[in-house]
Ligand binder design. Structure first.
Ligand code: GLN
Length: 219
């Protein structure tokens, strides 16, 4: 696959920034607002923004179930911040009726750093991303409170009151970060995702999880 086609969910949030970085990494991108715009994609990015709004709009536009089917069907997906929340199977500190796409066997706490500080920047070592720590921008960010057995922890906060908190994870072809690499000019996480999409069989879940397993853990 020379030029992968990556869709960016474009209901709300920093869509333009993600598209620009992905295109800089050799991907073709398009905005996803309608179910039919998922057809033919090699990968999907869920941007930062406000997860409650994105989830409501996705429900209203008939996109939520098609997005669930796409991610469970093995479409590689990367979510930053609100995108991480949307990919989580379980949420904490969320409205009781907040829906997610799911696909990541994790419990994510919304606005988790808020008790200490709303927004901050830090250096995060990310497994699989060479060249030193990633400069990470956290904006009312979530963290991963608990990760299932099939989930690989790629990065944790180092130092400060949130020391050790999980902020980057991968489960097969689904990747999520609490922070926003699309805002920093550091393109390595997008390159990591574009490479993952390019891998032969990139659409298949590397952990071999079946739909049944995902369904069980999301209840
Ligand atoms: N706090 C937001 C939410 O819950 C996420 C913030 C972000 O994406 N920068 O959706």
């Amino acid at each position: 696959m020379s030029t992968p086609h990556i869709g960016v969910l474009a209901l709300q949030g920093d869509v333009r920034e993600h598209r620009a970085v992905l295109e800089g990494q050799g991907a073709r991108t398009s905005a996803v607002r309608r179910p039919e715009e998922l057809t033919g994609l090699d990968g999907l990015v869920l941007p930062g923004g406000e997860s409650t709004t994105i989830a409501k709009l996705a429900r209203r536009w008939g996109l939520l179930d098609p997005l669930r089917d796409a991610v469970r069907g093995g479409l590689p997906a990367y979510g930053s911040c609100a995108g991480m929340i949307l990919l989580a199977d379980r949420l904490l500190d969320a409205p009781a009726d907040q829906e997610t796409i799911g696909g990541l066997d994790v419990t994510v706490r919304r606005n988790a750093f808020g008790r200490q500080v709303d927004s901050f920047e830090s250096e995060v070592e990310v497994a699989g991303v060479a060249g030193g720590p990633v400069h990470a921008v956290f904006i009312r960010a979530p963290w991963v409170e608990q990760a299932g057995d099939g989930v690989e922890v790629l990065g944790r906060v180092s130092g400060g009151p949130a020391d050790g908190r999980i902020v980057a994870v991968r489960q097969g072809s689904v990747v999520a970060t609490s922070f926003h690499p699309e805002l920093t000019g550091d393109t390595r996480l997008h390159r990591f995702f574009v490479e993952l999409v390019r891998q032969p069989g990139g659409r298949r879940r590397a952990d071999g999880a079946s739909d049944g397993v995902i369904e069980e853990s999301s209840t």
